[in-house]
Design a binder for this molecule. Structure first.
Ligand code: XIL
Length: 369
């Protein structure tokens, strides 16, 4: 087992040297990468084939499912050109005891991405729920700052040049828009956010650094507060490059003026990204609910495509067989674009249809596909 891991790690490193590094340029447009060898069997067009080259289309991914289910990996590799580790890069998983790192899960996903000509969106350097238990709230501010800085530096340095963007801070705001009452806020003060961004930037100046949250997709109080926070951070010269809109939506709700909301963030000079889209359905799933769900997926894609600063569109898992929703939202499920048997749902068709409507750059009718 250990030998296998070493071989995988070596392979992944070699691949990064071969073509991984260029992928992390801070530019909005995807840099040139070697083309994937032509598939031997023809397959129907996938999301990644139709998405404009300036927007990545990604999914959250979990290495456990790849090992259990070959089809999961095949679809992940063919449908998307970016992946976000669903859990493997969270602090508690990467550093289960002080200074003891378990890189295997994250390395596996980074290696997979490189083999499939995909970008990696790192998630997350400091999340609300992912702090390991060994981080002791009784420690002094200096001690806490040191463990946080060491962690951020170790992780970003390890994947320097191989992760194109990081969720640096995840869920920093409370529902009312105030800074969430966390250990970091209490001990380090509100400046902790800027500090984490600066440490991440120092460790990989080429990575795009995002602040990510939920409940900010439409014009909400929380979105207003996030806008002000990002404005202040940028004014202070903090290296915040983008804002991530998680987009965990419900089939029967609608974010208020998502396009306008994304635009006002873009006006601050940052990129925006749809980072964790899923649309949960109140069970039982019906054909009518699937159609409503499809319309919402389409609408979020439309919003991203309508805003030139939108650099990526990521779903939080692509199959109902592996979604986090049933475990966290009682009574809900069926939130993804493929069903549990990996058959595309109306939501997938809606995304494909929306992409086919993009006019080609030459103006000669609809784009590829
Ligand atoms: C979720 C994962 O999907 C689950 O597998 C895990 O048990 C808990 O976390 N917002 C986030 C993600 O930023 O990290 C969460 O992921 C979903 C909500």
């Amino acid at each position: 087992m250990a030998l296998v891991l070493v071989v995988v790690a070596l392979l992944a490193t070699g691949l990064a040297v071969a073509y991984g590094i260029e992928r992390t340029s801070g530019d909005r447009a995807l840099p040139a990468v070697p083309t994937v060898p032509a598939p031997t069997v023809s397959r129907p067009p996938a999301l990644r084939d139709l998405m404009p080259p300036t927007v990545r289309v990604g999914s959250a991914a979990d290495g456990r499912w790849m090992s259990l289910d070959a089809e999961y990996g095949e679809l992940l590799g063919s449908e998307f050109d970016a992946i976000t580790p669903e859990n493997a890069m969270k602090w508690a998983n990467l550093e289960p005891s002080p200074d003891v790192y378990t890189w295997a899960g994250a390395d596996q996903l980074v290696g997979f991405a490189e083999q499939h000509d995909q970008s990696v969106y790192g998630h997350t350097l400091l999340g609300r729920t992912d702090v390991p238990r060994w981080v002791d709230p009784q420690w002094s501010a200096d001690q806490l700052r040191a463990v946080l800085r060491d962690h951020v530096t170790a992780v970003v340095s390890r994947y320097r040049g191989r992760v194109w963007a990081w969720d640096v801070i995840n869920e920093a705001l409370d529902e009312d828009g105030s800074l969430r009452d966390t250990l970091w806020l209490r001990k380090l003060g509100p400046g902790y956010i800027a500090e984490v961004f600066r440490w991440a930037h120092a460790a990989d100046p080429g990575a795009r650094l995002f602040i990510n949250d939920y409940g900010v997709e439409g014009r909400t109080r929380k979105a207003d507060a996030l806008l002000e926070l990002v404005r202040e951070l940028r004014r202070a010269g903090v290296p915040v490059d983008g804002v991530g809109f998680q987009s965990h939506l419900r089939w029967d709700e609608q974010p208020r003026d998502m396009v306008g909301n994304l635009r006002r963030f873009a006006q601050l000079g940052v990129s925006v990204a749809i980072t964790e889209l899923d649309v949960r359905i109140a069970l039982p799933e019906t054909a009518a609910k699937r159609e409503r769900q499809a319309a919402l997926y389409r609408q979020v894609l439309q919003a991203c495509l309508a805003v030139p600063a939108c650099v990526s569109f990521t779903v939080w898992g692509f199959t109902d067989a592996r979604s986090w929703i049933p475990g966290y939202h009682a009574g809900y499920g069926a939130a993804c674009i493929f069903d549990a048997a990996l058959v595309p749902k109306p939501a997938h068709a809606a995304l494909m249809d929306q992409l086919r409507r993009i006019p080609s750059p030459t103006g000669a009718g609809p784009g590829p596909g």
